[in-house]
Design a protein around this ligand. Structure first.
Ligand code: BTN
Length: 239
């Protein structure tokens, strides 16, 4: 395992993608204390102040390209396991790749592919920013620790995450199962609003997550739809 430890960078994913293109091996991990251009899903930016854990790991999975889509759900389960084992906290997964703790998002995951490498980018709100999370995040945020940190160091947690990701990758290569992801997903059973990449949003009931990490929902016309992308929010029922 090779570590690139940075105080500040634009994006650890960007740095890891460059290293992967230059031939850096699987297990190379870039860890920064803050990012100036942190990247989120769907071209969004990722709020990355001091106090967070910004980690990108190079994997070179022995999987067919069609199975690379399993890496994001594997990574979500791996980060949950690492947080559980090191910090004794129990985040849940909100499809497809947000980790939720105390009702707020504690971690986001962005996987990016270059050639035969996948860069797994993990942003954990390790400690709360001293000035609090900005309102405009649009989604409630949660942190593992208060702003002065906690008993498990950022580096120790990052090491546990890397270990869990490498093990998760080996498991995928051997048997391809997403049982851990399914077990930790909290959407099934909940009323949701689906926000597809294209087309109008609609209400549905979340049913289950399948072995490919897709979310099955039943829409208000009773049709079962299988989602492999898009976003889903939990709908609060009135009354
Ligand atoms: C999301 O929730 O939209 C995904 C956020 C992923 C953020 C992490 S932080 C470390 C890595 N570097 C980035 O630029 N993005 C990922």
């Amino acid at each position: 395992m090779e570590w690139v430890l940075l105080d500040q960078t634009d994006s650890t994913n960007q740095k890891a993608l460059e290293l992967a293109r230059q031939g850096s091996p699987e297990g190379t991990a870039v860890l920064a204390r803050r990012q100036t251009a942190g990247r989120g899903r769907r071209g969004r930016s990722f709020f990355s102040p001091e106090g967070g854990l910004y980690l990108s790991l190079i994997l070179r999975p022995k999987l067919s390209p069609a199975d690379f889509c399993l890496i994001t759900p594997m990574a979500a389960a791996a980060v949950c396991q690492a947080i559980e084992s090191r910090c004794g906290r129990f985040p849940k997964i909100k499809w497809v790749n947000d980790l939720i703790l105390d009702g707020g998002k504690v971690c986001g995951i962005l996987c990016e592919v270059t050639g035969d490498a996948v860069v797994v980018g993990i942003g954990v709100n390790y400690s709360a920013p001293a000035e609090g999370f900005p309102q405009e995040l649009g989604q409630k945020a949660a942190a593992l620790y208060p702003s002065n940190g906690g008993p498990v160091s950022r580096k120790a947690l990052a090491e546990a995450i890397v270990q869990a990701l490498l093990e998760g990758c080996r498991r995928l290569e051997q048997c391809g199962g997403l049982e851990e992801y399914q077990k930790r997903s909290f959407l099934p059973g909940n009323p949701v609003t689906v926000h597809p990449f294209s087309g109008p949003k609609y209400d549905a009931q979340a049913l289950s997550v399948d072995e490919r990490g897709r979310l099955l929902v039943r829409d208000d016309q009773g049709r079962v739809r299988i989602l492999d992308s898009g976003e889903v929010s939990v709908r609060l029922l009135e009354g």
